[in-house]
Design a protein around this ligand. Structure first.
Ligand SMILES: NC(=O)C1=CN([C@@H]2O[C@H](COP(=O)(O)OP(=O)(O)OC[C@H]3O[C@@H](n4cnc5c(N)ncnc54)[C@H](OP(=O)(O)O)[C@@H]3O)[C@@H](O)[C@H]2O)C=CC1
Ligand SMILES: O=C(O)C1=N[C@H](C(=O)O)C[C@H](O)C1
Length: 242
């Protein structure tokens, strides 16, 4: 395959480039300020002419333009970027009318397993208090993480109700039963840790995933690009291609 990578100079995009090349894929590394061997993101349309897919780990505000370019070029669009707003999501839906679109908050297979385990834990312990903590490097813009939002949605689905998401705690307040605490830490070079704690009378269940390298995200994203190649236009989840 020939994979175009938006965000190729970034923490994660650079790992996608490395993973793709390790799998003997040709890579179009895109940058706003291209070095030797990289392509100018401003010429995205031309770059996609010969590409088989676009993989995107950039910023949410770039998603609408990237989605439109993928659709115009007729190439599948794999989105790792998180913090997507309604405009970005609408752009993904529009592009999915023409090409396969797969957006995932976390391309680590272990996080997909964590989502399943969290649903099972909450279904088994619906009366237990749930608290979520996520930790990422000090360069991460969005909070809570996209993965945390996916985990919170999974907890709501398993509980059968939309819990009140309480971001941090301060002051003099008792915890409500229909509440989920959300705690965010930004420090150092942490690649990504997510913990869901379920606590009841006299016992605690802690479910945790920790990424040791961004290569785990890159591997999942390249898997997704490979497996979207023969799919019909539409929106896909990562679980659709696992
Ligand atoms: N779904 C998943 O599994 C994962 C998702 N992510 C998400 O991926 C995104 C990127 O994270 P990370 O790799 O740490 O970010 P970085 O900041 O390291 O890289 C982002 C890259 O995007 C490019 N960029 C920055 N601003 C713009 C812009 N306005 N338009 C186009 N391109 C731009 C830059 O490249 P240049 O300057 O060369 O153009 C930069 O290198 C985040 O949203 C993060 O949450 C991260 C890891 C895993
Ligand atoms: O910004 C990151 O680094 C990551 N972001 C994703 C998220 O917001 O969930 C996935 C992963 O945790 C790394």
């Amino acid at each position: 395959m020939r994979l175009a990578v938006a965000g190729a100079t970034g923490r994660t995009g650079s790992e996608v480039v490395a993973e793709a090349r390790d799998r003997d894929h040709a890579v179009v590394a895109l940058s706003r300020d291209p070095d030797e061997g990289e392509h100018d993101l401003a010429d995205l349309d031309a770059a996609l002419d010969a590409a088989d897919a676009l993989v995107d780990f950039t910023v949410p505000e770039a998603t609408p333009d990237h989605a439109a370019a993928a659709a115009d070029a007729g190439v599948p669009y794999v989105v790792g970027t998180t913090g997507l707003d309604d405009e970005a999501e609408a752009a993904l839906d529009a592009a999915a009318g023409t090409v396969p679109v797969l957006a995932a908050s976390n391309f680590a297979k272990g996080v997909q397993a964590l989502l399943r385990v969290v649903r099972a834990g909450v279904e088994a312990l619906p009366e237990y208090d749930a608290e979520l903590t996520e930790t990422h490097h000090d360069g991460k813009r969005d909070a809570p993480s996209g993965t945390a939002v996916s985990l919170l949605d999974a907890i709501d689905e398993a509980r059968g109700e939309a819990l009140d998401r309480t971001y941090g705690r301060e002051g003099d307040h008792l915890r409500e039963a229909a509440e989920v605490g959300v705690h965010v830490r930004r420090a150092g070079t942490v690649r990504g840790e997510h913990e869901v704690l379920l606590a009841g009378d006299d016992e605690v269940l802690t479910l945790t995933h920790r990424a040791e390298s961004r290569r785990v995200f890159a591997a999942g994203a390249v898997d997704a690009a490979e497996r979207l190649a023969d799919r019909e236009a539409g929106r896909y989840d990562f679980t659709d291609v696992l």
